[in-house]
Write a protein that binds this ligand. Structure first.
Ligand SMILES: CC(=O)SCCNC(=O)CCNC(=O)[C@H](O)C(C)(C)COP(=O)(O)OP(=O)(O)OC[C@H]1O[C@@H](n2cnc3c(N)ncnc32)[C@H](O)[C@@H]1OP(=O)(O)O
Ligand SMILES: CC(C)C(=O)C(=O)O
Ligand SMILES: [Mg+2]
Length: 505
């Protein structure tokens, strides 16, 4: 079994994503997390590109251990000098020199012949070899290059001292079978290839970066260049988390080993998303919000009975606490029952059947059903028609120079009770204090209170949510009214009424 080396280029190619700039401290934080995950190589930047990038590469090189740190350079002495200056103090520094090899790049961009490119490449590698033996050479746009020239180029730079030969699919043009064959052919046509490691660097323009990288690994590549969350130039690079988890999960298929700590993936992904501002689509493989979430009833039922029915990976292996069963329109009875069991609600068969239909009605109307929505729905059903206290009248006086004062009139089992002029820290507090006085239940701890606008405009409906702890148990209440003071009072009373029903049982 051969080991696959993970070369992470989040801080170089990843940073080339349009709109992304990482300050040196951000690069250092990401590099530390990459080292914690035990990637083999961190490409920290392209030092000639700016003083800030030079500083960043230097900072990473001097402060991150246990990993090789690489810096990129064109085939120019000034680039190589700058790259070495930035990276030289790393525990294990690497110089990465590159030049394009495809006819399109030679003709239009570099305006060089193949012989001139070969000469520049060899001269650059020889120059880099003054500094270090750890030299990687990349033939940019390799997948659109003539294979015989590519093999000749690689052979020459290996002879000049390159220890890693990188074969990039720079513009994401290759398809897996073809890219795998390219690696095989390069191996066959490059006499000195055994003296170097073969690396690949795939872009995702056709969504094939990971597939192409894996095809390359099956055909003799042993280093794969990746970026966290797949960020990078245009459609990005092969995603680190996808490559690592493919190799980890399919050990039964690949004759390859990796040495990374997969449990660092979730944290790393979040750090990169927040530092770069590139958020993840929900269905992003491995690290998207839905990657370990199930909403479909049949799947939820399967996962409850045996997780592996619908999961090929355990959420814990990437550092998450657990998977998620999301209750929604497509959920079934098993998932709902599982939720109720978790919260220790016991419903008889008839109540459960009625609750399930009410849940489906709600799910048809509401896209995102939260845990609080389900508990409120359940509470509604459990405590229906048992309202000890009802709101008759409410008035609140408040203002910049007024002490907030509430007057509340309640009906208790047909009888009117009233209390006035309770002050509070604000109008809502004044209402709640007055209700406490009227009901005589004053050991109420407000756990949460919020008002949401349900509709738009000046006459918008406000929905008040209250969660209150009374005698060690939490009761919830909610109410929608155009008057938010009224909505708050009714929601608060609902929580109290539920407590009274509970304690009278
Ligand atoms: C496939 C990749 O991801 S390659 C890495 C791409 N990353 C970046 O370009 C990000 C950082 N780049 C930069 O900051 C700038 O482009 C710099 C500082 C490197 C260079 O800036 P400038 O000197 O203004 O040149 P500019 O970027 O406009 O043009 C590139 C020049 O490098 C030449 N060049 C391109 N690649 C190479 C190479 N591998 N070796 C030698 N020369 C090269 C081009 O032919 C062009 O030369 P010319 O000025 O003689 O025409
Ligand atoms: C510098 C090289 C490796 C590159 O990023 C590419 O070819 O995509
Ligand atoms: Mg690239």
């Amino acid at each position: 079994m051969s080991e696959v080396k993970i070369f992470d280029t989040t801080l170089r190619d990843g940073e080339q994503s349009p709109g992304v700039t990482l300050i040196p401290e951000e690069k250092l934080a990401i590099a530390r997390q990459l080292a914690k995950m035990k990637v083999n190589v961190i490409e920290a930047g392209f030092p000639i590109s700016s003083p800030g990038d030079f500083e960043a590469v230097k900072l990473v090189a001097e402060n991150v251990s246990g990993v090789e740190v690489a810096a990129l350079a064109r085939c120019r002495k000034a680039d190589i000098d700058r790259a070495w200056e930035a990276v030289k103090n790393a525990e294990n520094p690497r110089l990465h020199v590159f030049i394009a090899s495809s006819p399109i790049h030679l003709k239009y961009k570099l305006k060089l012949t193949q012989a001139e490119v070969l000469e520049k490449a060899v001269a650059a590698v020889e120059y880099a070899a003054k500094y270090t033996e750890n030299i990687e050479f990349s033939a940019e746009d390799a997948s659109r290059s003539e294979i015989d020239f590519l093999a000749e180029l690689f052979n020459a730079v290996i002879a000049a001292g390159a220890k890693v030969i990188n074969i990039p699919d720079t513009v994401g043009y290759a398809v897996p079978g073809e890219f795998g064959s390219l690696i095989k052919e390069i191996k066959a046509k490059t006499p000195l290839i055994e003296q170097a490691e073969i690396s690949v660097h795939c872009h995702n323009d056709l969504g094939l970066a990971v597939a192409n990288s894996l095809a390359a690994l099956e055909n003799g590549a042993t280093q794969v260049e990746v970026s966290v969350n797949g960020i990078g130039e245009r459609a990005g690079n092969a995603a680190l988390e996808e490559i690592v988890m493919a190799l980890y999960t399919r050990q039964d298929y690949y004759d390859l080993t990796i040495t990374q700590d997969t449990t660092q993936i979730a944290r790393l992904s979040k750090l990169v998303a927040s530092s770069t501002g590139i958020s993840l689509q929900a269905n992003k493989a491995i690290v998207g919000a839905n990657a370990f979430a199930h909403e479909a009833g049949i799947h939820q039922d399967g996962v409850i009975k045996e997780r592996t029915t619908y999961e090929i990976m355990d959420a814990k292996t990437i550092g998450l606490d657990h998977n998620k069963l999301v209750l929604g329109k497509h959920s079934g009875r098993h998932a709902l029952k599982d939720f109720l069991d978790k919260y220790d609600y016991q419903l008889d068969e008839a109540s459960f059947a009625s609750f399930f239909s009410r849940f489906k009605e709600l799910a048809d109307k509401k896209k995102n059903i939260s845990q609080a929505d389900i508990i409120a729905l359940l509470d509604d059903q459990l405590y229906e028609y048992q309202k000890t206290y009802e709101l008759e009248y409410i008035s609140v006086l408040t203002g910049k120079i007024l002490l907030p004062t509430a007057t509340v009139r309640l009906k208790k089992e047909g009888e009117i009770i009233q209390s006035a002029a309770c002050n509070g820290d604000g109008p809502i507090d004044a209402i709640f204090q007055t209700i406490n006085e009227l009901t005589g239940i004053d050991e109420i701890k407000l756990i949460s209170y919020k008002i949401d606008a349900v509709t738009e405009g000046r006459d918008a409906l406000g929905e008040a949510y209250v969660a209150a702890e009374i005698a060690g148990k939490v009761y919830t209440g909610h109410s929608s009214q155009t008057d938010i003071t009224e909505a708050s009072a009714v929601a608060y009373l609902e929580a109290i009424n539920k407590y009274l029903v509970y304690t009278s049982k």
